[in-house]
Each structure stands twice: as C-alpha cells, then as structure tokens.
Design a protein around this ligand. Structure first.
Ligand code: B12
Ligand code: SF4
Ligand code: SF4
Length: 351
C-alpha cells in the first residue's frame, strides 16, 4: 500500500505501539556529529575500564552513517520497564542482595530485539525494497544520543535517556533502514538545576554532570569488571550484587514514568537472601538465572559480588557463608572471602 511520508510514519508509530514500544522517534544517521568526540574523550581518558570493545570499531560507534552507508533513517524505540516498588528500599535490607530493576526478570536483549524485528518486518512489507538492520545494546551504536536526536528524550546528568512524559525506566532499541522517513526534532535537556542523581551516587562516578567514569560505577563493577574490585569501591557497593539503580531511582521525572507493558521484566519483586546465594555452585547458578541477563556474568563474578555484599552487611553470622569459599579456585572469589572475614571479624583471614 502506498502512503505519504507522514502517513507512513504515523502508521509505523501505531504499529510500534501495538508491538509493545512506548515511544518512537526518527533521526538521520548523521544526526549525532558530537558523539564521536565524546566517545573518543571517554575512551582516551580510560573511562571505559575493561570494556575494551568500546575502543573497537569507534569509527562506526561514533558515526552511524559509516556503520551502514545505505541507511537513510534511524527509527529509535523505547520500551518501558518501570518498577512497581521503590528500588532504593532494598538497600536497607543488608542481608539481602539488591538486583537492579532491569535484571530482575527476563533478559531485555531477547525481548526488545524480537519486537524490533516485528516492527522492521512491518516496514519491509509497507515499503517494497526496504532494508533494515536492528540493534539493541550490543552493537557499535550509540543509542542514547540517537534517541535524543530522534526526540525521545534527553541524556540527563546521569547520562541515561529520560523524557518529560517517559521518566528514565526505558530500554532503547534502533532500526536502521534504507527508507527515508520524516525526522523528528531533537530534544534538549530539562535537568535544569537538579543534581539529585549526581549527589546520590555511592561511588562518586560522575566526574561532571552528563559524564560518567564507568570505572567507578557499580553497574560496571558488578557486571563488566573482571577480577577483584578495588577495596575502597567494594566497601561502597553495599548490598548491590548486579547493577545499580540509585541515580535512576532518584530522578524526579519518574513521576511521569510509563508503566511497563511487558510483565516478564518485573520478576518476583523479592530480593534474594545473600546466605542462599552464597551456596550456589555453577549448575545451581545457571539454573536459577536461566533467561536472565545475570547469567552472562557467570557464577564466579556473581559470587564475588555476593561476597562483597556479605562483607558490607555488618552481620557476623554470615561469616560461615563466606568461609566456605576461602579456597575457591577463582582468585577474585577467594580474595573476596578473605576480605569478608577480615571485615566482619576484624581479623585478617588466611586461605
Ligand atoms: C557501555 C554501557 C554501559 C556502561 C557505561 C555507561 C555509560 N553511561 O556510558 C555501564 C556498564 C556503566 C552501563 C551501566 C548502565 N547501563 Co548501560 N549501556 C552501555 C552501552 C552499551 C553503550 C553506552 C555508551 O556508548 N557509552 C559511552 C559514552 C561516551 O556515552 P554516553 O554516556 O552516551 O556519553 C554521552 C555523554 O556522556 C555526553 N558527554 C560526554 N562527554 C561530555 C562532555 C560534556 C561537556 C557534555 C556536556 C556531555 C558529554 O555526550 C556523550 C554522547 O552523547 C549502551 C547501549 C548502546 N549500544 O548504546 C547501554 C545503555 C546505555 N545502558 C542502559 C542501562 C539500562 C544501564 C543501567 C541503568 C543498568 C543498571 N541498572 O545497572 C546502568 C546506568 C549507569 C549510568 N549512570 O549510566 C540502557 C540505558 C537506557 C536509557 N534510558 O538511557 C542502554 C541504552 C542499553 C539499552 N539498549 O537500553 N552501561
Ligand atoms: S548506576 Fe549507581 S554507581 Fe553507577 S552512576 Fe548511577 S548511582 Fe552511581
Ligand atoms: S535526577 Fe535531576 S539532574 Fe539527574 S537526570 Fe534526573 S532531572 Fe536530570
């Protein structure tokens, strides 16, 4: 069926809503000329830490037009995963593990990608000869600046994308296409004088507003960082065992957050006990986190995080849960077990 460019865009938006997305916006592939420099500075200063893949294919990551020269439009989509409870509450329950909201249920990579493909297929059917490529998270594509250029919202001082009618509990996905679609106007920052996200960060991970040093971010430390975490930072991780939500949870724009439509993101809402998690062997870990993004960090890194949380619990009755890992073959795990015993008993423990 042929339709005018604006008709095509509104039919695409209607279909994206039907598929489960809460917002859609469009920009040109060359809409983020500033991003290449920000990325280069981020990497040059080493703020990516051990995420060496961020320094690879920077010419694509910083310039979507180079990634796929035939692309004429980028369709940016947001899917809501807003929590039902305040994610900051669990931080007070120090014998429980705090898992970030995005990782409490099913892995968003699978679900968002599936929806992106559904919307992409609709476009191919609507425009004969159209080609598409879909991206979520893992490709060399800077999704936040693209979403801002497409008018979905702006990158707040916490560096995540938020919107005045959206809040910040959204995943982003991109459809690159050879179809010329009408671009939207870019959004600009509405953070104003607010500094709530910068002030709440437990590890002072923001060297400046709108900039993050991933090496200090608990999300990076618990998910991406291999080996032992520097001791001054472990002590600040509290009971966060996978990801961190503090800067997101405090943002006042979340009073306009859109409810999640995909219930599989929400999980049970119950925080797991640290003592139970410390018992998980490899098979137990895999079984428990099957289908969850947590599975990809593997049992050893997860257990390292659980042990740091036990060390921060202030509860000496948890010492035995740590002591059983003093001889763990993974050096980061055995190091964490020693750290726990030293911290909870006030003595240094030797493996
Ligand atoms: C690498 C990465 C991480 C890293 C680094 C995060 C970061 N802020 O860069 C780590 C592991 C820490 C991380 C953590 C999280 N992540 Co992450 N992550 C990514 C990934 C793969 C790439 C991001 C990237 O390119 N970073 C590089 C830097 C240079 O980019 P940037 O922050 O956009 O930089 C901009 C600003 O800093 C600014 N800037 C830089 N320098 C300067 C200087 C001045 C003067 C100014 C004004 C501006 C400025 O301009 C840059 C370009 O616009 C994206 C997916 C993707 N492919 O885009 C997901 C993504 C950003 N992550 C996501 C999520 C959900 C999270 C967490 C909330 C998960 C959690 N709960 O633990 C946390 C949030 C932590 C935080 N405060 O950012 C979502 C965010 C959705 C949203 N609403 O924005 C994304 C988009 C994945 C997705 N598909 O949904 N993540
Ligand atoms: S996710 Fe947590 S540690 Fe990372 S910047 Fe936000 S508040 Fe700080
Ligand atoms: S907490 Fe305040 S400064 Fe941070 S992103 Fe939200 S509005 Fe912006």
């Amino acid at each position: 069926m042929t339709s005018s460019p604006s008709e095509l865009k509104s039919r695409l938006a209607a279909y994206a809503t039907e598929a489960g997305f809460v917002r859609m916006g469009i920009c040109r592939p060359d809409a983020i000329p500033h991003a290449a420099l920000s990325l280069a500075t981020f990497v040059a200063e080493g703020r990516h830490g051990q995420m060496g893949w961020m320094a690879d294919r920077m010419e694509w990551r910083g310039n979507p037009a180079a990634l796929w020269p035939e692309a004429r439009s980028v369709v940016m989509l947001a899917e809501a995963y807003s929590p039902l409870h305040d994610p900051l509450e669990v931080l007070e329950q120090r014998d429980m593990g705090a898992i970030s909201v995005y990782a409490q249920g099913r892995d968003y990579h699978d679900l968002v990608k599936k929806r992106l493909k559904t919307v992409g297929r609709w476009l191919i059917d609507a425009v004969p000869g159209a080609e598409i490529k879909v991206f979520v998270d893992t490709a060399p594509v800077m999704e936040k600046p693209l979403a801002q250029a497409a008018g979905l919202g702006w990158q707040g001082k916490h560096t995540n994308l938020l919107g005045r009618d959206l809040g910040n509990w959204v995943f982003l996905g991109a459809i690159f296409t050879t179809v010329e679609l009408e671009p939207d106007a870019p959004e600009f920052s509405h953070c104003g004088t607010c500094t709530a996200c910068l002030d709440i960060c437990p590890t002072a991970a923001f060297p400046a507003p709108y900039q993050l040093d991933a090496r200090r971010c608990i999300s990076y430390l618990t998910i991406e960082h291999k080996g032992p975490v520097p001791e001054d930072l472990r002590a600040r991780m509290g009971n966060r065992i996978y990801g961190c939500d503090d800067c997101l949870a405090i943002c006042p724009w979340n009073k306009f957050a859109v409810a999640a439509r995909e219930m599989r993101y929400l999980g049970s809402g119950e925080a797991p006990s640290l003592a139970d998690l410390a018992q998980l062997d490899d098979a137990g870990f895999r079984a428990r986190f099957s289908g969850s993004p947590i599975k990809r960090i593997g049992r050893d890194r997860f257990l390292r995080n659980v042990l740091y949380a036990i060390g921060n619990s202030g509860d000496p009755t948890l010492c035995s849960a740590a002591a059983q890992h003093l001889d763990d073959p993974d050096p980061a795990v055995s190091d964490a077990a020693r750290w726990v015993l030293a911290r909870l008993t006030g003595e240094s423990a030797h493996a």
